[in-house]
Design a protein. Structure first.
Length: 219
């Protein structure tokens, strides 16, 4: 396993994105169904990787699971195990690379979610997808957004997933909680978003995809 080049949590904050939060009424299941059924014109945010993706990226999908809790929607996330080759120890959405027998990107996300965290697709209502997100590790990721209806059972794959947790969608859809940090790499300086919450440190591709969900809901 390659040793990480830097610990993003130890880097200084360069800036706070600071946009106003998505209005509360837009963080409801009914409003989200309507938004994905009739999307507006909007521009996704371009990451450093998206501006110059690697040749022939590997297709992959993640599920952006919005859990319908009584107190409001939450985003279900995982903490990856420390021994993995890609994104070790990072906060991530459940998901992974496409397989030949997957019907489409949505099928990939649902299959990988069940394999990683034991969440069966019968609990998931697919709302739609966000634009492809390119990672520095060579993946072209389709974020698949879905509503998750409790009660459900979870069972983490111990090889891939160290922990499963939830963060309020309202917290993540507020530009005041979107920090910009940067690191100097052999290829140059790289800037990225971070979204710390109660000891969990979301950054990189996961934070980038959350930023695009943020822009989509604000549009």
């Amino acid at each position: 396993m390659a040793k990480p080049l830097f610990d993003p949590a130890q880097l200084p904050i360069d800036a706070i994105a600071g946009e106003p939060p998505v209005p509360r009424e837009r963080l409801q299941a009914g409003w989200l169904r309507e938004r994905f059924a009739n999307p507006p014109d909007w521009l996704p945010e371009t990451s450093d990787e998206s501006r110059s993706p690697r040749p022939n990226p590997t297709p992959a999908s993640v599920l952006v699971p919005l859990v319908q809790r009584e107190r409001g929607l939450t985003v279900l996330l995982t903490q990856r195990t420390a021994h993995l080759n890609d994104h070790a120890g990072q906060v991530a959405f459940p998901g992974g690379r496409a397989e030949h027998d997957d019907a489409d990107a949505v099928d990939t996300a649902l299959r990988e979610t069940e394999e990683e965290i034991g969440l069966h697709r019968r609990h998931i209502e697919i709302l739609g997808t966000l634009p492809l997100y390119y990672t520095g590790t060579g993946y072209a990721v389709t974020p698949v957004v879905g509503l998750v209806a409790p009660p459900f059972e979870l069972k983490a794959d111990p090889f891939e997933v160290a922990e499963i947790f939830e963060v309020p969608l309202q917290f993540l859809m507020d530009g005041a909680h979107h920090e910009v940090r940067s690191a100097v790499l052999p290829t140059g300086r790289r800037a990225f978003y971070t979204m710390p919450y109660e000891g969990y440190f979301t950054w990189g591709a996961t934070a980038g995809m959350l930023r695009n969900l943020f822009h989509f809901l604000r549009a």
